[in-house]
Design a protein around this ligand. Structure first.
Ligand SMILES: [Zn+2]
Ligand SMILES: [Zn+2]
Length: 396
């Protein structure tokens, strides 16, 4: 056993007012995906003032702050997201958004402030042996071609080698300061499919001379119900929802075409591939059987987020040491939402962590949502301790 002392939540108490100030500044000045210029500048400025080697414009407005202590060649990465959402804020807070129609409704202001809190603490104590890369990512909410993809494409892991990578998201409905962990698939892959059924328009009284795209589209909607019920293993979860069906404008006219849009979600790469293959085949066959043609646009969203076993166990252990096992939920149930942290986990082992934002508080993407400031010191202490433990001096 070692005598080594690692970060405790109490160590961050003196940082609380500064972290509140940082978080409220970010909250007041939200920027949408791909537009995080001021946020990025603000974050980089803080990190430079604390002695980090800061690299700006990684994959757009991304910032990577690196700090080396000791002599070890070991490395670890921790990521926070920085972007806001196109929502008109209704919180009435004194630090509410001053940007019309933009709001930090997913708590990325909090994630950024938490990681800045850890940055400040790690730079002060330097109680580790190795290199930490703190990754401040833009455009998580983009849905596709997101900040994670762009930072990786810009050479993130080649320029800033990370043995493992960690990230967190706040979780309304779970008690404040409680951590949730799940090894394996935690969050869903979310794909969008757009169909355009081409029929042959005509008079409602002469259907035999037309190809009715409303009828073909309806038939496709019904046929798609068999994908989850007949093609997916009952022990796996999947969703195929047709959320939009647009066609026609008059009762006595058979329209030319119909547009259908659907959301497709899954929790494993295998199920995801099955869903795509079956949807393509069914849609083509249905259209063909009625003499129609169809264009299929399959838009790949974020992949399944899969936490690695060892790193999830490690992160859970850090949380249990920090807040006690009674404030840790594991295994945490899978979440049908999606998250671009999944791309990092395709490249490196790691863990995406959920941190309770408090019970009875507004949900994510709600106009009354606010990040819970109690989590600023808890989250910052968690990242600090995780880095100290991962790059422990005792391992050398
Ligand atoms: Zn979000
Ligand atoms: Zn989010």
């Amino acid at each position: 056993m070692s005598e080594h002392r690692y970060c405790e939540v109490a160590d961050l108490a003196e940082a609380r007012s500064e972290l509140d100030e940082i978080r409220h500044h970010l909250h007041k000045h939200p920027e949408l995906s791909y537009e995080e210029a001021d946020t990025s500048r603000f974050v980089a400025g803080k990190l430079e003032s604390w002695g980090y080697e800061v690299t700006r414009h990684v994959g757009g407005h991304g910032v990577v702050a690196s700090l080396k202590a000791g002599t070890s060649t070991r490395t670890v990465g921790v990521r926070a997201d920085m972007d806001a959402l196109p929502i008109q804020e209704l919180t009435g807070l004194d630090y509410a958004s001053v940007h019309q129609g933009k709001m930090h409704a997913c708590g990325h202001d909090g994630h950024t402030a938490v990681l800045l809190g850890a940055a400040r603490q790690l730079a002060r104590t330097r109680n580790f042996d190795g290199t930490v890369h703190l990754i401040f990512q833009p455009a998580e909410e983009a849905g596709s071609d997101s900040g994670a993809e762009r930072m990786i494409a810009d050479g993130l892991f080649e320029r800033f080698p990370c043995e493992a990578i960690f990230g967190l998201h706040n979780h309304p409905g779970m008690p404040t300061g409680t951590f949730g962990f799940r090894a394996g698939p935690l969050m869903a892959a979310c794909d969008t499919v757009k169909l355009r059924v081409h029929g042959k328009g005509g008079h409602a009284a002469r259907p035999h001379l037309a190809v009715d795209p409303v009828f073909v589209g309806s038939s496709i909607v019904m046929a798609l119900q068999s994908v989850v019920s007949r093609n997916v293993d009952p022990n796996e979860a999947a969703v195929v929802t047709v959320g939009a069906f647009r066609s026609g404008h008059a009762p006595n006219v058979i329209p030319e075409d119909a547009v259908l849009e659907m959301s497709v979600r899954s929790f494993s790469p295998e199920v995801r591939a099955t869903l795509e293959a079956r949807i393509r085949a069914l849609v083509q066959a249905q259209a063909q059987s009625y003499g129609a043609t169809v264009d299929i646009e399959f838009i790949r969203g974020y992949p399944v987020l899969i936490n690695s076993e060892a790193e999830t166990g490690f992160a859970r252990q850090v949380a249990e040491e920090l807040v006690g096992p009674e404030h840790v939920i594991a295994p945490f149930p899978p979440i049908a939402g999606s998250e671009d942290f999944a791309y990092y986990l395709q490249q490196r082992p790691g863990c995406f962590v959920r941190l309770g934002n408090g019970e009875g508080r507004p949900m994510l993407h709600n106009a009354r949502y606010d990040f819970n400031d109690e989590n600023l010191t808890i989250g910052a202490a968690f990242w600090t301790r995780l880095v100290e433990r991962f790059l422990s001096k005792d391992r050398a």
